[in-house]
Design a protein around this ligand. Structure first.
Ligand code: S3P
Length: 176
């Protein structure tokens, strides 16, 4: 199981797809599973039920995915704000895709599918989350100005050369 965390626009979904192809592991994106389970889009859930309800659903979906078979799993940028999700991630292999605030805004600017972009306190939210991502990460990769292919190659190289951290399960599926 490889879990990708980072702010909106870090490239978790794009890089996750590339990693899943290279590793021969299925890919899942927690946002898409939330939408499938609830039968609604992320903006609809935020608008109809509010953010706390979204976070509760997000936590449950991520916990279920972590209990399932190995995946490359991309999380929504706010998933690490939930203490229960952080507890679960403390035992997983977590790759943190770092992105600067300006670069993140350039990548996602104006996306109607991301309700947080309308928040006036978005920059503060970004700052608040940085230490959460960093604390959970077993591997941290900078993405600013880099192509997803290069980022994914960097991750693969480091996964095969760097020792696993803190006794967490190995990143890579064992090969026959
Ligand atoms: C959110 C990020 C989104 C999605 C939701 C909330 C956030 O995921 O989960 O809109 O709180 O940062 P991405 O990081 O994939 O955009």
């Amino acid at each position: 199981m490889i879990v990708l965390v980072g702010f909106m626009g870090a490239g978790k979904t794009t890089v996750g797809h590339l990693l899943s192809e290279r590793l021969g592991l299925p890919f899942a994106d927690s946002d898409r599973i939330i939408e499938q389970r609830s039968g609604r889009s992320i903006p609809e859930i935020f608008a109809e039920d509010g953010e706390p309800a979204f976070r509760a659903l997000e936590h449950q979906v991520i916990a279920d995915l972590l209990d399932g078979p190995p995946l490359v799993l991309a999380l929504g940028g706010g998933a690490t704000e939930h203490p229960g999700t952080r507890d679960r991630l403390a035992r997983a292999q977590v790759v943190y895709l770092q992105v600067g605030y300006e670069q993140a805004m350039q990548r996602v600017g104006g996306d109607q599918g991301r309700p947080l972009l309308a928040r006036p306190d978005l920059a503060a939210t970004y700052q608040r989350r940085l230490p959460l991502y960093a604390e959970l990460a077993t591997l941290t990769v900078s993405t600013d100005g880099r192509h997803p292919e290069a980022i994914s190659q960097d991750i693969l190289t480091r996964l095969t050369t760097e020792p696993t951290v803190g006794g967490r399960a190995p990143y890579l599926p064992s090969r026959p």
